[in-house]
Design a protein around this ligand. Structure first.
Ligand SMILES: Nc1ncnc2c1ncn2[C@@H]1O[C@H](COP(=O)(O)OP(=O)(O)OP(=O)(O)O)[C@@H](O)[C@H]1O
Length: 248
């Protein structure tokens, strides 16, 4: 379970201060897919970066399985798998070597790494690419490698920044199935997207973020009811107060 409590993060730029995240609160439960939905620049990536300990909040608290990320970031990382926005796959290594490297960083044995690579490559349909050097991989192949690498230590919590970004229809469908499987295993899955249809298709719970704040939070049905709209798209427009972000 991942809890974000009153997260704030501002960046100083040459032209002033940008409040990227301005009081974000939500709880992502186990066995659920929680989607952070918001237009470009809403603060999704910054929120996720604080959740996975890459960035310290100016104020507020992150708890992962009850562990305070500020007090014990290493323990948080052990129970977390992360697909960051920059996939960062090592291009001199094969996909399997990328997975192995992360497994070694997590202190897994050779046998454990071998088994996890087998299971993940099967689930992500990576058979043909597993032993290819990743240089020249397509976006989808890089994303799969980065996901397999992120999950090598079988974490209970999974955070994915725009996991279907740039994927074709078939790969997106396969990715959805994969995320459903993670959920059905009882994991806590959080992902971000600016594509409403994507979030609607995948999420049990939707957290709508605009201008660094949570403007609505609930199931698709709850959001439709709350805004008195027949479909999620209209509810989303009402929640964020404009049509920006719909033109995915
Ligand atoms: N390192 C930084 N320095 C300055 N401003 C930043 C930095 N990181 C993020 N921002 C600003 O914070 C705001 C939120 O950015 P963030 O990347 O979190 O949004 P996002 O919701 O993930 O957007 P997108 O859908 O476009 O990826 C934006 O205005 C962005 O320009």
């Amino acid at each position: 379970m991942i809890t974000a409590q009153q997260l704030h993060k501002a960046f100083k730029t040459k032209t002033g201060t940008v409040k990227a995240v301005d009081g974000v609160d939500f709880v992502a439960e186990d066995g659920r897919i929680t989607g952070l939905l918001g237009p470009n620049g809403a603060g999704k990536t910054t929120t996720l970066r604080m959740l996975y300990t890459l960035m310290k909040p100016d104020s507020g608290r992150v708890l992962v399985d009850g562990i305070d990320a500020a007090q014990d970031p290493a323990a948080v990382r052990r129970v977390l798998g992360v697909l960051p926005d920059a996939r960062g796959v090592y291009k001199r290594l094969t996909a399997r070597e990328n997975i192995r490297y992360f497994g070694e960083l997590h202190g897994l044995s050779k046998a454990e790494i071998h088994e996890r690579a087998r299971v993940l490559s099967e689930q992500l349909d990576m058979g043909e690419i597993l032993d290819r050097q990743t240089e020249g991989f397509s976006q989808g192949q890089r994303t799969k490698t980065a996901i397999a690498r992120a999950l090598v230590h079988d974490p209970r919590n999974v955070i994915l920044d725009e996991p279907t970004n740039g994927l074709d229809v078939m790969t997106t469908r396969a990715m959805r199935e994969f995320l459903f499987k993670l959920r059905d295993d009882g994991r806590c899955v959080i992902f971000s997207s600016h594509i409403m249809q994507e979030v609607a298709a995948l999420c049990d719970r939707i957290v709508i973020i605009a201008k660094g704040r949570v403007v609505a939070d609930g199931t698709a049905d709850e959001l439709r009811e709350r805004f008195g709209k027949p479909n999620l798209e209209d509810a989303f427009v009402s929640a964020i107060g404009s049509e920006e972000g719909l033109l995915a």
